[in-house]
Design a binder for this molecule. Structure first.
Ligand SMILES: C[S@@+](CC[C@H](N)C(=O)[O-])C[C@H]1O[C@@H](n2cnc3c(N)ncnc32)[C@H](O)[C@@H]1O
Length: 269
């Protein structure tokens, strides 16, 4: 959720102990999520940096969208990798569905996040920062690759502390033939600007902020730490060049951040 750059507020709050964190102004990366995971004062959704109004009650809708994109999971006995699984309600549904359909599930995140996920049959946990542990993750699929990869609400954190193309390249290498990867819930600053320049976006801003002032939208400025149309288009082209089909897909309009987020779907033929 954080919109500030990491260097601006890296040491502003102690994320491992603080009782209340303003996620709108807190910049996050892999290391800082490890601290959130350890914080005993936070709910599971807060440990993954979501104020409850953006997630609680929406988990079933998000999970339906995940299954609607990762079609291979509709057949049983598949291998499913969740990169940056976190510990919230969406992941609870991933684990439940994987158990029900007899999928092998590989959860990938920091040890601190993984410890918050109870072990279950058919589940393997690989602790570490992707793609540094890419070989271990591939081995956990039985060296066959993944039929489905989920990486939901993670890419904007990868963007600030990892080579994004290296991340994508390893993720594509992990995909088995006819497999699909959903890199979902990506904040797209270009889409945000389009929305807040529209009639609907201006009305939304005025109601949300309880103001008569229109939102401030700046064009032709550098967008440090923010993913935009160009970054997404670059990822699509990169996946296509690696032999996959790739698509930028919209979220369900009923999701609270659908007006400024996109999903990226990659399918290996
Ligand atoms: C906003 S949470 C999303 C959790 C979950 N996917 C969901 O949508 O409910 C982001 C998660 O990504 C993890 N993460 C960030 N960068 C990562 C990386 N390079 N490798 C593995 N996990 C990462 C964080 O530790 C955190 O648990």
């Amino acid at each position: 959720m954080g919109s500030n750059t990491l260097s601006e507020n890296k040491d502003a709050v102690d994320l491992a102990t603080s009782e209340s964190i303003d996620f709108a102004t807190t910049a996050l990366d892999y290391e800082r999520f490890r601290q959130l995971a350890k914080n005993p004062n936070l709910s599971p959704e807060e440990k993954i940096a979501f104020p409850s109004q953006y997630r609680v009650g929406y988990e079933d809708m998000i999970f339906a969208e995940i299954l609607g994109n990762l079609l291979t999971l509709k057949e049983p006995n598949k291998t499913w990798v969740d990169i940056g699984c976190g510990c919230g309600g969406v992941t609870d549904r991933v684990k439940k569905f994987a158990a029900q359909e007899n999928h092998n599930l590989v959860l990938v995140d920091s040890k601190e996040m993984l410890d918050l996920n109870q072990d279950q049959e058919g589940m393997i946990k690989i602790a570490g920062k992707y793609p540094e542990i890419a070989q271990d993750v591939f081995a956990a699929t039985g060296a066959k690759g993944a039929d489905a990869i989920l990486c939901y609400s993670v890419l904007h954190y990868v963007y600030v502390d990892t080579n994004l193309f290296a991340f994508l390249d390893h993720l594509i290498d992990l995909l088995a033939p006819r497999g699909a990867a959903l890199i979902g819930d990506i904040p797209n600053v270009s889409k945000r600007k389009r929305f807040f320049s529209s009639e609907a976006g201006i009305a939304f801003h005025k109601a949300f902020q309880n103001t008569d002032e229109p939102p401030r939208v700046e064009h032709l400025v550098t967008e440090h730490d923010n993913i935009d149309d160009a970054v997404l288009a670059g990822l699509v082209r990169r996946a296509q060049a690696a032999g996959c089909n790739a698509y930028i897909v919209p979220q369900n309009d009923a999701l609270p951040m659908a007006n400024r987020r996109d999903d990226l779907l990659i399918r290996r033929p």
